[in-house]
Every structure is written in structure tokens, then in C-alpha cells.
Design a protein. Structure first.
Length: 342
């Protein structure tokens, strides 16, 4: 198969005519000039005799000018061996093709009315981090629809009892995540590629994805497992407000081990979010809406949301990820299950 690209397809010969005459035509007698009207126009330069696209690609990759090569195949066809021999020859045989600026290859120039936004500052930091995550992490996303009616009722009961210190749905979801990470610590980890090891963190440094005027940031609640649900609610409110005001120091925006992302605030049901590198997992929550739901064999209208878990497949397999997401879903549907893990 190594020489298959040297043979013309179907055994057909090349259609180009080599210089040196036209076989089959009457030759003009030597010394007798042809009439001016009968003289053929000078033949244009012949194109390189190349049949195989593989040979063309190989020459292009090696910077060779096919027109400067001598073919050794049937009828002067340029073969792979000819390209390989030429690429080993002195550099003078290489085609002088100027390199185009890599950053602009395939891009149309900015026209009148286009808005050009330099990729700098926090936008560049976000772009670099998300690109690195996609480049390095083999991520998988799984999801499940859940009935959040019980969770909303639990929040209402808590806030009715102590209205001076209200608890948000996000705080309850954070508490549920902490319960799940206690049961499935494989997801509270990161992969150390240089050391070729997986590091499971002793504490949960919970990241909260927050949209701000400056872009997406992920402030971190360190050792969130040590906080009560009310303390979680207060810390979340203070942290997200400071993030939107741009008042958080860089140390508060790094070092997370697991992220909670409430993209339901944008009015969407689901997402396949990108993991906050170097973390190993992220739980996403969609909007809570009224939907028909079967309860005890009867159709009812319930408060339904979609939960998604995006995880690094290097730290665990589907059984662990599915177990975590199912635990979270069960706690959302039956908040009383949290009591057994607090």
C-alpha cells in the first residue's frame, strides 16, 4: 500500500504531453519552414504531472514546488518517492513561499461598522482558563429532571420561622452539594498532571459562579463544610455582592475544589458548562418552572428543575458521578434526607 498513490487510478495514463513533439502528427521536413499561419503557438508550460492527492499534500507539507520536480513514474508522473528524495536535497529546491501570519489565517479583515474588542484583562483571563479546561479535561455531562416542590416548601418554612435571617435556594443547594461530596469525595479533587496523581481535598472550597459586569467570576467559600446552612446563606450573599462590585481580592477567586452554577437565573433549563480548571466537577441548576409531574400515580403540576453534573472522567467513572447526582436529586425532592447527613 505504500506505493498505491504512485499508480494512476484505473491504469489511465496522464493527459499532459511531454515536450519534444506531437506523436501521430505529420512532422515538418527538416530545413523547410512551415507557413506562418500553420505554425503552432508556443506551448504553454506544462503543469506538474501529479495524480495522487497524497503526493500533493506531502509536497505542500514539506514546502516543495512540484513544478521543479522531475517525475520518475510512468509518463513522468511525480511519485511519493520523488517528493521524499527532493525533501532530502539541499534547501535550494524548496519553494520560497512566505509564511502568512498565523493569527489571521482564514479570518476576514474587520470591516466598516464592525466592533473590535481587544481580548485583554479579565476577558483574556476567562478565555485562557476556559480554553485550558477544554484542552486538558476529558469532561462528561449527565443530567436529571427533579421535582423541587419539597425544596421550595422547606425554604419557605425556614424563612417563616426566622425571617430576620433568610435562607436562599442557592444556600440549600450548596448544603446538598456538601452532603453529596461527603459521600462521594472523588469529585472534590483535582488531577496533578505533572505528578501523575489525583489529589482529593480534605476541605470543600466551594466556588459559586457569578455573572458580573466585568465577566464571569467564581468566588470561593473556603472550608464551606464547616458552615451551617444559615452561615452558608450569609456568606453566599456577601460574596456574590462583593464579586459584582469588583471588591473581591484575587485570593478569593482561586483555589476552589467544586463549583455550583445557578444558570437558571438566565431563564434556561439546561447547560453543559465548562469545568473551572483545575477542579474536577461542577453542578449546574436550571430554572424552576411549573410542569406536569406524576405523583403517586396521579398527574400533578409541580415545581421542576434540571440538574446537570459535569465531571472530569479521569477522577471517577459514571457510577460515582451518577451516584452523586442521584443523591443531590433525592435531597432536592426530599429535603428531610439531609438530616441524616448533617
Amino acid at each position: 500500500t505504500a506505493e498505491a498513490d504512485d499508480v494512476p487510478v484505473g491504469g489511465a495514463q496522464p493527459l499532459h504531453v511531454r515536450p519534444g513533439g506531437y506523436p501521430g502528427r505529420h512532422q515538418q521536413l527538416q530545413g523547410t519552414p512551415a507557413p506562418a499561419a500553420a505554425r503552432p503557438d508556443p506551448a504553454p508550460p506544462t503543469a506538474p504531472l501529479v495524480i495522487s492527492p497524497i503526493v500533493r499534500r506531502l509536497a505542500r507539507e514539506r514546502g516543495l514546488d512540484l513544478a521543479a520536480l522531475h517525475g520518475t513514474g510512468p509518463g513522468g508522473v511525480i511519485r511519493r518517492a520523488d517528493v521524499e528524495a527532493a525533501s532530502a536535497a539541499p534547501a535550494a529546491t524548496l519553494a520560497a513561499v512566505p509564511d502568512a501570519p498565523a493569527a489571521h489565517v482564514g479570518l476576514a479583515p474587520a470591516g466598516d461598522g464592525d466592533v473590535v474588542i481587544p481580548l485583554t484583562g479579565i476577558r483574556k483571563v476567562i478565555a485562557d482558563k476556559l480554553s485550558r479546561s477544554r484542552r486538558e479535561i476529558p469532561e462528561v455531562t449527565i443530567w436529571v429532571d427533579v421535582d423541587a416542590t419539597g425544596l421550595l416548601a422547606t425554604r419557605a418554612a425556614i424563612n417563616a420561622a426566622t425571617p430576620e435571617t433568610p435562607v436562599s435556594i442557592l444556600a440549600l443547594l450548596a448544603r446538598i452539594c456538601l452532603s453529596g461530596l461527603r459521600r462521594y469525595p472523588q469529585l472534590n479533587a483535582h488531577v496533578d498532571t505533572e505528578g501523575q496523581r489525583i489529589v482529593q481535598s480534605a476541605g470543600v472550597h466551594l466556588g459559586i459562579a457569578a455573572q458580573t459586569d466585568r465577566g464571569l467570576v467564581v468566588p470561593v467559600l473556603r472550608d464551606a463544610q464547616r458552615l451551617t446552612t444559615r452561615e452558608l446563606a450569609a456568606a453566599l450573599a456577601e460574596t456574590t455582592a462583593a464579586a459584582r462590585a469588583g471588591a473581591l481580592p484575587p485570593a478569593r477567586l482561586t483555589g476552589g475544589t467544586f463549583t455550583l452554577n445557578n444558570y437558571g437565573v438566565f431563564g434556561v433549563d439546561g447547560s453543559t458548562p465548562i469545568i473551572n480548571h483545575p477542579e474536577a466537577a461542577l453542578l449546574g441548576v436550571g430554572r424552576i418552572v411549573d410542569k406536569p409531574w406524576v405523583v403517586d400515580g396521579q398527574l400533578a403540576v409541580r415545581k421542576v428543575t434540571q440538574l446537570s453534573l459535569t465531571f472530569d472522567h479521569r477522577v471517577c467513572d459514571g457510577g460515582v458521578a451518577g451516584g452523586f447526582l442521584r443523591h443531590v436529586a433525592d435531597c432536592v425532592e426530599q429535603p428531610a434526607l439531609l438530616v441524616a447527613n448533617v
